[in-house]
Design a protein around this ligand. Structure first.
Ligand code: SF4
Length: 232
């Protein structure tokens, strides 16, 4: 019940507040992969024009694979972390050569591709193929830590494992794409690292009744939302 409640609230919030972004209007794994690689360590406002340029220059994975590395690096100029661009090109070639241009449709297989870690694999698997696997990035860590009062260090292996399991318990199995995007967007726009919008927060508003009741039912596993936030 509590998991369903959290998923529902966060998805409802997302449906009203999400930003309109081109990679959210497609289920094409190529374009989702492209956006995820470009947005690693990059703000959306900075990555958006690069995404548009790449899609224009290379509409399909075949076009990207055919391009010279020099051309790919030229388009990437200004984004930094050039290993991402090289891996992007290597990955496109692997998709064409080993998979006939079709992205593998599972989290486990996607993780084996060059430059694709667990975060990116989960994003592609859930958004393009509706696989129920949680994306866990910095925004997700922060939201879950605050809402569920988790104090485990996210930099530790134990912490990473814990948050991955928690996110996978919470995910809406029927709408994993929406759930993942909702939690990330909530962290990016609302539950901010500094000055989160607690006063106008649907989760904060409800914490006094629903979350506290759940906390009692779960022997204190769930603490009040904002508790950890107050330490910031
Ligand atoms: S109440 Fe504040 S800390 Fe809690 S989820 Fe909402 S914005 Fe984040």
């Amino acid at each position: 019940m509590n998991k369903i409640f959290f998923s529902k609230q966060i998805i409802d919030w997302y449906l009203i507040n999400q930003r309109s972004l081109p990679w959210r209007k497609t289920r094409d794994p190529y374009k989702i992969w492209l956006s995820e690689i470009i947005l690693q360590q990059t703000r959306v406002a900075q990555g958006l024009p690069y995404y548009n340029e790449f899609v224009k220059a290379f509409p399909t994975v075949f076009d990207l694979a055919k391009a010279t590395e020099q051309k790919v690096l030229r388009l990437w100029q200004g984004l930094g972390y050039y290993s991402r661009a090289r891996n992007l090109h290597r990955c496109a070639n692997k998709i064409v050569k080993d998979f006939n241009g079709e992205f593998p449709a599972s989290f486990e297989e996607l993780k084996k591709l060059p430059g694709v870690g667990p975060y990116t694999a989960a994003a592609i698997a859930s958004i393009a193929f509706s696989e129920s696997v949680a994306v866990v990035d910095g925004n997700v860590f922060r939201v879950l830590a605050r809402v569920f009062g988790v104090e485990t260090d996210i930099a530790s292996d134990e912490g990473k494992k814990y948050f991955f399991l928690l996110a996978n318990e919470l995910i809406d199995q029927d709408q994993p794409d929406l759930f993942n995007q909702a939690v990330m967007e909530f962290g990016a726009l609302h539950c901010l690292p500094k000055n989160p919008k607690c006063i106008e927060c649907i989760l904060g508003f409800l914490e006094d009744n629903v979350f506290q009741r759940i906390a009692k039912q779960n022997s204190g596993i769930f603490k009040r939302c904002c508790q950890s936030n107050q330490k910031n």
